[in-house]
Design a protein around this ligand. Sequence first.
Ligand code: SAM
Length: 357
Amino acid sequence: MTPPPEIRALEFFSGIGAMHYGLQWAGVKGDVVASFDINPVANACYRHNFGIEPIQTLIETMTEKRLEGFGANAWFMSPPCQPYTRTGKQLDTTDPRAVGLLHLIRLLGTLTTPPTYLFLENVLNFESSQTRSLLTQQLSNRGYDFTEWFLTPTQMGLPNDRGRYYLTARRVREAGEDVGVPELRLVKEWPFGGAGVKRKTVGEFLEEDGEGELVRRYRLPEAFVKRRQAFSESAVVTADDVRTSCFTKAYGHHGLAAGSYLQTKGFDVNEPSTAIDRLGLRCFTPTEVARLHGFPIDDRAPAPPRPAAAVAERLAYKFEFPEEVTTIQRWRVLGNSMSVVVVGELMRCALFADHVV
Ligand SMILES: C[S@@+](CC[C@H](N)C(=O)[O-])C[C@H]1O[C@@H](n2cnc3c(N)ncnc32)[C@H](O)[C@@H]1O
């Protein structure tokens, strides 16, 4: 049997490269050949870790000819979620932040050599958007089979709740039938059994803090608890918990709802205003959030399953922030990013199952 061709991926909306790490996690032969993002801070992180300079341009300005020129056979896309989030205005296709993705959907219809593989991530609610209808209809017309997923890292044993919509697609025929908008069937359970990682507690992701330096440096901002009667259930977690709430780009500088905070001492839920020092409440450090996402920042981050090890070595699988990136910038780019473990496991078990070395 002829081995499948090496993956040559384009990573659109690349941020700090969770899709790129996912590919490495999966142990797939191949690499990202070009990445695209307009955020200079995220691009500095990407360059620092992968040695590739992301193309800092609006994706909607990329021409068919330029994209064909990369000779890519896979597209990774994690476009902005604001047009679809439940808490936003849900402007969908009329939101200016949807323009980049809509451009790529259009190009999928006209490219002479469309990618064989496609991987997309977005928030829950994307599945009921007009953008999803346009994307899945285009995929069907151009001969792709695809699966839509709603998954969270807790299903893979990680103490981090980050439910997201994923779509994995493979082109299996030259052209498909025009069946209108394909019916939605979201896969919500992880079907592949033991997903690389055993169930872990929050404690396994924490940095050492013998002298209490982290409690001082990452102390919960006073303003977050002012006028609060009590904490919501997921706002504060301890080292023994197996769940943290989703860390968003507002984490650490914009109120309590942007991710969990860590309680390092004894607890009384009914006294939020005096709680910070008595309970030793602090933010998770960027290193800890990176570990929870599965970025290979150090040995305490989850490791890919066995077959990936050889590939990982070859590809220098590591994640580090450039020194000049501030703490708030670190939280922001991590909050915008994705679970490397969920992406990597979807690539390893579903999208690229016959490519894993
Ligand atoms: C949801 S984040 C994806 C983050 C990425 N997956 C990661 O691992 O960090 C969306 C990213 O798309 C970038 N972006 C948004 N609109 C864009 C556009 N029109 N052209 C290029 N990049 C864009 C943002 O700067 C942001 O980094």
